[in-house]
Design a protein around this ligand. Sequence first.
Ligand code: NAP
Ligand code: HSE
Length: 425
Amino acid sequence: MKVGILGLGTVGGGVVNVLQKNSKSIKRRTGVEIELVIAGVRDISKKRICDTKKIHLTEDPFEVVNHPDIDVVLELIGGFGLAKELVEKAINNGKHIITANKALIGNHGNELIKLANKKKVRFLFEASVAGGIPIIKALEQGLSANNVESVAGIINGTGNFILTDMKEKGRDFNDVLKEAQALGYAEEDPTFDIEGIDAAHKLSILAAIAFGTEIQFDKIYTKGISNISTEDILHATELGYTIKHLGIAKRAENGIELRVHPTLVPNNKLIAQVDGVMNAVMVKSDALGTSLYYGPGAGDEATASAVIADLNDIINNQTSNHTLGWKSQQKIKVVDNNSIHSEFFLRLLVTDVKGVLAKVTGIFNDHNVSIEALIQKQVDENNNAHIAITTDKVSTKTVMSIKDKIEASEFNQADVQIIHIELLD
Ligand code: NAP
Ligand code: HSE
């Protein structure tokens, strides 16, 4: 099997290293020799994490996709401009595609998979979701007897790495982000990680596989972790929760819920214990029940593990795969975020004067919303108090109306923070 690689960075370098060090066991499974013939990079003189002596390096990525000997192209460049052009060219040249690029699939997956079907080549992307965890193969193959009810998980390693260190070590957001970048976890543009865009790309893929819908990245309600503060983490901890950034896809009466946002998770749930760069995806399905998939969500060899598993699929011509099943994908309606019901956490900064608590709780009462728990702290020399409140299940529209009322009141001192709670029962 002759393979061409686009990109020899974190993931591409990891693929070369794992193919070299595990060549015997990989051959035992695939039954063939995998030969890395050519690799396209931006700068040929750059120092690599892998040995490239036996690979022809080129700064012209089209040399890879046009190479006559290549059967499979691994797209490990990232982005969705040049990467799309290269993948289209490779498919049109009859090459199978393996990619780790969720941005490419989130934005152009529907058309690329249709093209791959038309050209009768495989288009596989296990590494695009949750790094090394074989979650796509689990949903497609392991759970093929099930109707999936929901998928909820931590699907961005960088975001989880930041939230974990903020909570455990009280570290500064930007310091931890820099460390995640140095470790090769973050996207080229890290706002994709911290603003939830990367998780939304991944959720669009998970939902497509789980529910048989087309990729609907542009319909996902997306919120990142950039406005999560130490105060939020401290108050959530005191109330018995951990803040995690979750991607959630759920069957609803009139369609599917698709949302990505910071979420308070009860401390006694397994997902609350998933720390650092680790990811975890919880799937609820009718025959199996609840199952949880856990492992490294980013990193060179972890991600390479998923890329090479796709190579094995192509070599062994596994029948269950994203390309072949795609013909039946439909556009399932995505439920409007305002009508979604959830428990919520609200954090307020108010003037600590007599009767303020009654006024705050009065606003909840006026909206017919029950308060589950409330803590108040005197925090600063300006006589302001932090109040943290958790609610019963309520629509997003209602909680936003409560936020507006509080923010318009004379006692309010700062924007009201609102974070979803998921009980994961
Ligand atoms: P990376 O370390 O930045 O590597 C990108 C590689 O692409 C580099 O080797 C770079 O060449 C090459 N490249 C970029 N632009 C090019 C161009 N115009 N022409 C030729 N080569 C070009 O990125 P990465 O972290 O490996 O990520 C690659 C893909 O995998 C992305 O889609 C990412 O989202 C995805 N992914 C990453 C991880 C992870 O843990 N990092 C996990 C899962 C999925 P030079 O080295 O010469 O600059
Ligand atoms: N930037 C991504 C993350 C890489 O941190 O999860 C893995 O997809």
